[in-house]
Design a protein around this ligand. Sequence first.
Ligand code: AMP
Ligand code: ZN
Length: 482
Amino acid sequence: MGLFSFFKKRDKAELPPLRFHNTLSGNLDVFEPLSRSQVSMYNCGPTVYDEQHIGNLKAYIFADTLRRVLNLWGYKVRQVINITDVGHLVSDADEGEDKMEASAKKQGLRAQDIAERVTDLFFKDLDQVGIDRSKIQFPRATKFIAEQIALVKALWEKGYAYQIDDGIYFDTAKFKEYGKLGHIDLEHLKEGARVEENMQKKSPHDFALWKFSKKGEKRQQEWKSPWGKGFPGWHIECTAMIFKLLGKQIDIHTGGIDHIPVHHNNEIAQAEAITGKQYVRYWMHGAFITIEGKKISKSLGNTVYLRNIIDRGYSARALRYLFLTAHYRTPMNFTWEAMEGASQALSRLSRTFLELPQGGSVPEQFKKELYAALSNDLDTPSAIARVWEFTKDTTVSPAGKRAGILLADRVLGLGLSDARPSATIKVVEKSDLPEEVQTLMEEREAARKAKEFEKADELRKKIEGAGYEIKDLPERSEVVKK
Ligand code: AMP
Ligand code: ZN
């Protein structure tokens, strides 16, 4: 046995069993993947008709943290995040227009171009919050049309599908366990259904597998199928890509809690109707965030994007820190005060880390407590609290602290190992600044303190126009020459 494998083995023995809250069982289940060394994981991805907001980003930060934990526990992870570029209707339950087509019509653009632009923005956001895209597959729904048609055909042949005027539907009455995920009260769901119900459907829960293009209407995105020209339903896309890229049975499937009642129950129904075996072993769902106490909504105009966070001088990693201070299943209310607090905390942690010398090893006690928090359904708030106590522990050597913080950061993804001492930033002394820039800086500081962020943003642009760049630190802002 080589030295490396010896250590690897020893390390693994110290790791407690992972427990995750499984929406399917409703319990905290011990995680036992299908294969000993490899985990397959699928995360429902963005519908790329419009830019993803920070609520959406929270879903991927959760998935990434989960991936990092699995890696730390020694598993290789095959991870897929789909890009929905067709078929997601305005209502998740097959009513209304296709979000992509509607957005294209409104903007007078090609759906494909919108999808590409939004996907690029999405990728940039992922990079900034510390998600390593090179390890993830990002299939696009429009590139898997043949696979989706093949699944609809299989369901048709097995007697699970029927045709009505506007498409091919899944017959939920034929799948006895329909609604098992999250123990959905189907009667209640029916009552809550929208008024414009499709009266031809055998049951309000039946969902579209394939929708026909409307007669006389030319869609931008449509394909031929054995039943007629049209496009795939949203739910079938995830199953088709999972079957193709990860297999007929996978370990973990994640999404936001909004996906439990309809989308994920539909995925289970169509997949298990085809294979006759369990589709996903562990279903994990992240809670929603609200913004300043309100649901994120375009019409309320309260949507916050990552670029807004950056514009206000905060780092993407500070947003990640903020999200990780709440458990992934606890709803969180985003406020700018909380963002400020997270930014200050992360700067403090970063500075503490940078002052510590290299060459230590992680104290066993800290390792044990960190692992205990993470194995307990990914308890990141406890892990962060433990890191803070650890930094203040006078019985631990400075080098040991550095090693411990780095270990925690392998999972938290706060980018501490990339943090550089601020000495490498060429800070311009105030007295060396042109008077005009000095005044702008002071005005901007005052605006920031008064929380007049728009004004502060305008002043930042002016300062940048004069050839200087601002680094916002928790207690003050510094200027560097561009
Ligand atoms: P969508 O692009 O709407 O399909 O959503 C992408 C992901 O973001 C899904 O996993 C959603 O469940 C999740 N999501 C949407 N809104 C929020 C929110 N306010 N907070 C947390 N997650 C959200
Ligand atoms: Zn999905």
